[in-house]
Design a binder for this molecule. Structure first.
Ligand SMILES: Nc1nc2c(ncn2[C@@H]2O[C@H](COP(=O)(O)OP(=O)(O)OP(=O)(O)O)[C@@H](O)[C@H]2O)c(=O)[nH]1
Ligand SMILES: [Mg+2]
Length: 447
């Protein structure tokens, strides 16, 4: 059992109806006594008056929950205090707790780290917990919940189990060459290794869907100066995030807003108008615009409707299969929209919009939704959600490949051992210390 008992505000700081303070460690029960609470029944909400241990003054009237070890989130004795969410109440309860010997405020992620230490969850589940707390879209929420329920853990544990078995069989062949081992043992080992190799390769070939859902899809608006990019961003974001003006070359920096489109988190970026310029600041803006366009999952190429059907070459040159072409200022169009299709290039144009009248905006959003859904088609409930997982799986895969062409059985078995170790790192079974800090650093205090 850990030396210190820790406590932290588990709910968000700031004025609220209720605040929750969590206490974990072997002195958790003692803190209750010091606060004047009679030993409550385990796992039952109990009404209690909290008393300052030094002044004996009443500090709040609230609810107390008592989770004796090991049936608690951390696996240690845990107390939850549900108190009134005012600054003075929270401060006085925290001060009272801090005055008790052997009890101290928790570090970020310390509760979850203790839960991991007591085998209450593995690393992928701890990561999923952080993701669930951060989830902003339904897709992020669904993905985090599946991972928290152990989807990725089960898959990697299963692979690792099969790998360790094959390794054991291979070692038996090496160690007991003269024994009566059935001749097909080695064949079975290599059959299993090939199977694992193809399962892991297929799982890795996922177009980074899980990471995309977690981090959010990136959409960049590009186009010539004055095309109406910033106006479109503001309209989709429903706020004045970017400066709009009739002066071409207004936007210089990349301006990002976060949106939910069809249940998926999206980062929409407004960029500087693309044109050749001698202004150093604008030049840098154009460089950033191009860079952003390059890295985006989807591009919205915006063409100025006031000069339609003329279109600028800088933007046209960037049209590819990831691009949706849009003509702005449809309210100013002096041509019939029927001429919209230029037979020379069927990518051009697709959508007519006006942020002034709202024309075509719903349709554009629907189109974006379709594109995003198509990208995530085939997402299964198990996903690679972090680079850490991907790196480990890639290491595993190359060790499996190496093992099959190893010159000696001893070298092959060493490769299989490395492959199993790489899988073990995903759930935190091996080489744990080096990755623990990375994982738990993502947490805020009280989680
Ligand atoms: N009539 C009309 N004017 C529009 C529409 N959209 C944008 N504008 C106007 O077009 C001008 C340029 O708009 P911005 O959104 O600043 O254009 P931008 O592409 O961000 O321009 P830069 O940042 O300079 O590259 C502004 O005067 C807007 O009011 C529209 O749908 N209809
Ligand atoms: Mg702009």
């Amino acid at each position: 059992m850990s030396a210190d008992t820790i406590f932290a505000l588990a709910s968000a700081p700031g004025r609220a109806g209720i605040a929750v303070i969590r206490i974990s460690g072997d002195k958790a029960g003692k803190t209750l006594i010091r606060l004047g609470c009679k030993s409550p029944e385990p796992r039952k909400a109990t009404r209690a008056t909290l008393i300052d241990p030094t002044t004996k003054e009443r500090i709040d009237d609230g609810l107390v929950l008592w989770f004796p070890a090991p049936r608690s989130f951390t696996g240690e004795d845990v107390v939850e205090l549900h108190i009134h969410g005012g600054r003075a109440v929270i401060d006085s309860v925290m001060a009272a707790l801090a005055s008790i010997g052997g009890v101290r405020p928790a570090e970020p992620g310390e509760f979850t780290r203790r839960a991991f230490g007591n085998d209450k969850l593995d690393l992928t589940q701890a990561e999923a917990l952080a993701d669930l707390v951060d989830a902003e879209s339904r897709a992020q929420q669904r993905q985090a919940l599946a991972q928290m329920n152990g989807a990725l853990k089960q898959l990697t544990d299963d692979w690792r189990h099969r790998l360790v078995q094959s390794l054991a069989h291979l070692e038996a062949v090496i160690d007991f060459p003269d024994e009566d081992l059935p001749p097909e043992v080695a064949d079975r080992v290599w059959g299993e290794v090939r199977d694992l190799e193809s399962s892991i390769a297929t799982f890795l070939d996922d177009a980074h869907r899980g990471e995309r859902i977690r981090e959010g899809l990136s959409i960049a608006i590009i186009g010539e100066p004055n095309a109406g990019k910033s106006s479109l961003l503001n309209t989709l974001a429903k706020r004045d995030a970017a400066i709009v003006s009739a002066t071409p070359g207004t936007t210089r920096d990349v301006i990002e807003v976060h949106l939910d489109i069809g249940g998926y988190a999206v980062t929409l970026a407004d960029t500087a108008g693309l044109r050749a310029t001698t202004d150093d600041v604008e030049k840098e803006g154009v460089r950033r615009a191009r860079q952003r366009a390059q890295g985006a999952d989807v591009r919205l190429a915006l063409f100025d409707g006031s000069v339609y059907p003329t279109r600028d070459h800088e933007t046209s040159a960037l049209i590819d299969e990831k691009t949706i072409c849009v003509v702005s200022k449809a309210d100013l169009l002096n041509q019939e929209r029927e001429v919209e299709l230029d037979s020379a290039n069927d990518l051009w144009p697709t959508h007519f919009i006006s942020v002034k009248t709202g024309f075509g905006l719903d349709e554009l959003l629907r189109r974006l939704e379709d594109v995003i859904k198509k990208k995530f088609d085939g997402s299964s409930s198990v996903a690679i959600t972090r680079v850490r997982h991907r790196v480990a799986l890639e290491e595993c895969l190359s060790a499996l490949k190496r093992s099959q062409s190893a010159a000696l059985p001893e070298l092959a078995s060493e490769d299989l051992r490395l492959a199993a170790r790489a899988l073990g790192r995903i759930t935190g079974r091996v080489d744990v210390e080096e990755i623990l800090d990375i994982v738990f650093r993502e947490f805020c205090i009280g989680k």
